[in-house]
Structures are given as structure tokens and as C-alpha cells.
Design a protein around this ligand. Structure first.
Ligand code: ADP
Ligand code: ASP
Ligand code: MG
Length: 410
């Protein structure tokens, strides 16, 4: 008897019809003699709607209360889905993250899972029930419910699959796999059959919303193989697995230098102007941001003019207000001239393991953008990724041009 974790995203449970469809898919799995644990996200855009509601009440919602609010979205889904399964004549039970034994740290709104004690999950499975767990949430040491960062239901699914030593982890969504780029932007994007954790991690980290980046970190750490597939078809999707398991693919993958193009419109660029050029400045600035739980992405420091520098970097838009408050204090402390931000930017990236051993990939990317008259604002690289910040209204064109130039549609 196999144990299967099935995760359904918000777009798969956005109305009663879809919830009934998902219930049928779950029952089909159970009928085949599997034990099934389901992880589900909040219906449709509910999380976004709850955030807007909170921001209508106060400019800077308290983070503990925000978690209390956002966790309700997933709670609606688990109850509705369990009702739909029972209606089909099967036995099921809905569990919140805390009930499922998911423990997290105290970083409200983007907590990390610290441990999973799935005693109740096992007990309910052993009594023959389909177990439906709320994604995106856990219990912190203050006994508060907390959320795991946007897209966090993917993380719940992967972490549960690891803790339960599940035989498979299936992520059901509104696309039938991971594509060479977002199929909503480039209609001739191609479905990728197999992808390594490292590439998927870079894709997710640079904006490919289809999987949450932290879920891939956990999958890599515990060797959880993931199948990303469609809720609405039976097509084979994309398998995400370790590099070493991709050996037979390696030859082919090395021929393919760039395997995907990603974009992220959820970025904002801060610039600290006129910072004194002396040791320790960056440590103070980025230390304060890190203490506030803010991740910094691309960083540029200009060459000093008359002993002063400008330092620019990007953060995600949801951190804008918090980062601005922190940076105003840092500005005063460092005696800098000013802190400004620009939220009219977006990041476009190319990803591929083949980049490790190929020269000239960056210059090709820059040429493609230059020929399309797209100005590059910032650049950052990793071993298998190159990212450029560009103007927001040019990013879709940048994605399409790069997808074409690197022949990803073929
Ligand atoms: P869910 O609600 O199931 O969690 P998401 O909206 O989080 O689904 O993720 C699925 C969406 O990710 C797709 O609708 C697609 O537009 C987007 N996406 C972005 N990049 C990619 C990519 N490279 N491959 C597949 N989908 C992508
Ligand atoms: N509902 C949460 C979000 O919208 C978690 C998820 O969908 O994975 O981010
Ligand atoms: Mg998602």
C-alpha cells in the first residue's frame, strides 16, 4: 500500500465545482488502494483578498494578527474539501497545520518549519480516513498559528511527504508541469520532462511561481521526488529530482545551456545615496535588514565619488514598507544623504545547469536585451543563473525575446 501526498493549489479549489472535481481525483487515488494525505491552499485569490482587507484596516498590519487572518483561507478549503469527499461516500478528516503536528519558528508571515510530529495524521490514516491538511501554516513556540510565506502550501506538502516517508509527492496545479517559461507570457513555452532540484530552486527563486523556492530546498535536503502536474488532466507532468538521478539526462542537459527563462514583477529597488565610503557600512545596512527578516536580492555599489557611495539593492514588494522604515533609521545612523525606492522594476533571469561550463551566455543575454532596446538596470549571477533588473513594462518582452533567442520553444 503506497502513501501518497497530493497537494492542490488555490486555483484548483476556487469554487464548488472545482472542489467537487478535486474530491473525485482524491477518491480515485484512494480507490486504487493507496493511503492518501492531501494538502490544500486557500480557495482562488482568498489570500490576496484577505491581505487587501487587512491593509484597508491599517497601513502596517500586525504580523501575528496577519497570520491569524491568512490561516483562515486554508481552513476554509480543508473543511469544504472534506465535506465534498464525505459526500462521495468516503471517510475523510480535515486538520489544521497545528493539528497535523507542523511546528514552526516565530518569524510571523514567513515562518520556517522546525519539526513535524505527524502522530494524528498516522492515527487517522490507520483508521482508514483520507487526511486533508491545511497548507501554509504551523504552530510556533508561542502557541500562535503562523504562516510559511507565500506559496507555502508547496512547502507543507513536501515537508509532510518527507516526515511521512511518503512514496510520492504530487503537486496539482492549473498548468500541466514546469515549462521553459511562464506559459501565460509565452504561449509556445515547452513542458520540461525532468528538472534538477538546483535548476528548479533557481527558477522558483527568480519568480517561477509554479513551485515555492523553500519547498524545493526541503525536497533537495530530504530527497523528496516531486511530480508537478495538472488538476484538470491526466497528462504526465514534470518530475523534479536530484542531479545525480538525472545522469542519463546529463548529456542532453549539458547540450542545453539555458533551460528556462523566469521573471519577477514583485521586486522593488532601494538606493541609499551618499553613504560614507568606509569599512562596515554594508554590514550595518544589510545586518539591519536581515534582523528584520528581509531578504535582499541583487546588490550594486557604485564606485566611490569623493569618499561617498551609492548602494542599490532589491527586496520583494511585500517587504517595501518594513524595509523603508528600517532604512530610514540606517540612513540617520550612517549619516547618508537619502534613501529612495523604485517599484517600477522587474527581474528577468535565465537558468540552466549547462551555464557552469559554457562561456558567453551572459553576453548573449545582454545582446538580446540590447537589440530589443531594453535597458539593464542591475545584474546578478549565480553558477547557474543570470538575472537582470529592467523596467516593469518591458519584462514580458524581455522574457519572450530571451525564450526565442535561446531556442527554448524547440
Ligand atoms: P497554485 O494555485 O496551484 O499554487 P500557482 O499560481 O502558485 O498555482 O502556480 C501556477 C502558475 O505558475 C501557472 O498558472 C503559471 O502561470 C505560473 N508559472 C510561472 N512560471 C512558470 C513555469 N516556468 N512553468 C509553469 N508555470 C509557471
Ligand atoms: N494561500 C497561500 C498563498 O496564496 C499559500 C499557497 O497558496 O500556497 O500564498
Ligand atoms: Mg502556488
Amino acid at each position: 500500500m503506497a502513501l501518497i501526498v497530493m497537494k492542490f493549489g488555490g486555483s484548483s479549489v476556487s469554487n464548488a465545482e472545482k472542489i467537487k472535481h478535486v474530491a473525485k481525483r482524491i477518491v480515485e487515488k484512494e480507490k486504487k488502494g493507496n493511503k492518501v494525505v492531501v494538502v490544500v491552499s486557500a480557495p482562488g485569490d482568498m489570500t490576496d483578498d484577505l491581505i487587501s482587507l487587512a491593509e484597508g484596516v491599517t497601513e502596517r498590519p500586525d504580523e501575528r494578527e496577519m497570520d491569524m487572518l491568512l490561516a483562515t483561507g486554508e481552513q476554509a478549503s480543508i473543511a469544504l474539501l472534506s465535506m465534498a469527499i464525505k459526500h462521495l461516500g468516503w471517510n475523510s478528516i480535515s486538520l489544521t497545520g497545528p493539528q497535523a503536528g507542523i511546528y514552526a519558528d516565530t518569524t510571523y508571515t514567513k515562518a520556517r518549519i522546525t519539526k513535524i510530529v505527524p502522530t494524528k495524521v498516522h492515527k487517522e490514516l490507520n483508521s482508514g480516513k483520507i487526511v486533508i491538511v491545511a497548507g501554509f501554516q504551523g504552530l510556533n513556540p508561542n502557541r500562535d498559528i503562523t504562516t510559511l510565506g507565500r506559496g507555502g502550501s508547496d512547502l507543507t506538502a513536501v515537508a509532510l511527504a518527507a516526515a511521512l516517508k511518503a512514496d510520492s509527492c504530487e503537486i496539482y496545479t492549473d498548468v500541466d508541469g514546469v515549462y521553459t517559461t511562464d506559459p501565460r507570457i509565452v504561449p509556445n513555452a515547452r513542458k520540461i520532462e525532468y528538472i534538477s532540484y538546483d535548476e528548479m530552486l533557481e527558477m522558483a527563486g527568480s519568480g517561477a511561481q509554479v513551485m515555492q523556492a523553500r519547498s524545493i530546498e526541503v525536497a533537495k535536503k530530504f530527497g523528496v521526488q516531486i511530480h508537478v502536474r495538472s488538476t484538470f488532466s491526466n497528462n504526465q507532468g514534470t518530475i523534479i529530482k536530484g542531479d545525480e538521478k538525472l545522469k542519463s539526462w546529463r548529456k542532453k542537459m549539458e547540450d542545453v545551456v539555458v533551460s528556462s527563462v523566469t521573471y519577477d514583477k514583485n521586486q522593488v529597488k532601494f538606493t541609499m545615496l551618499g553613504v560614507p565610503d568606509r569599512p562596515g557600512i554594508a554590514a550595518v545596512m544589510f545586518g539591519a535588514l536581515a534582523k528584520g527578516g528581509i531578504n535582499v536580492d541583487m546588490i550594486i555599489q557604485s564606485a566611490p565619488r569623493a569618499k561617498y557611495n551609492d548602494i542599490s539593492f532589491t527586496v520583494t514588494k511585500s517587504d517595501l514598507k518594513k524595509a523603508n522604515e528600517i532604512l530610514k533609521k540606517v540612513k540617520a545612523k550612517l549619516n547618508a544623504e537619502a534613501v529612495v525606492y523604485d517599484d517600477n522594476i522587474a527581474k528577468v533571469s535565465i537558468v540552466g545547469v549547462g551555464m557552469r561550463s559554457h562561456a558567453g551566455v551572459a553576453s548573449k543575454m545582454f545582446n538580446v536585451l540590447a537589440n530589443a532596446k531594453i535597458n539593464i538596470d542591475m545584474i546578478s549571477t549565480s553558477e547557474i543563473k543570470i538575472s537582470c533588473a529592467v523596467k516593469q513594462d518591458q519584462v514580458s518582452r524581455a522574457v519572450a525575446q530571451l525564450h526565442k533567442a535561446f531556442k527554448l520553444h524547440k
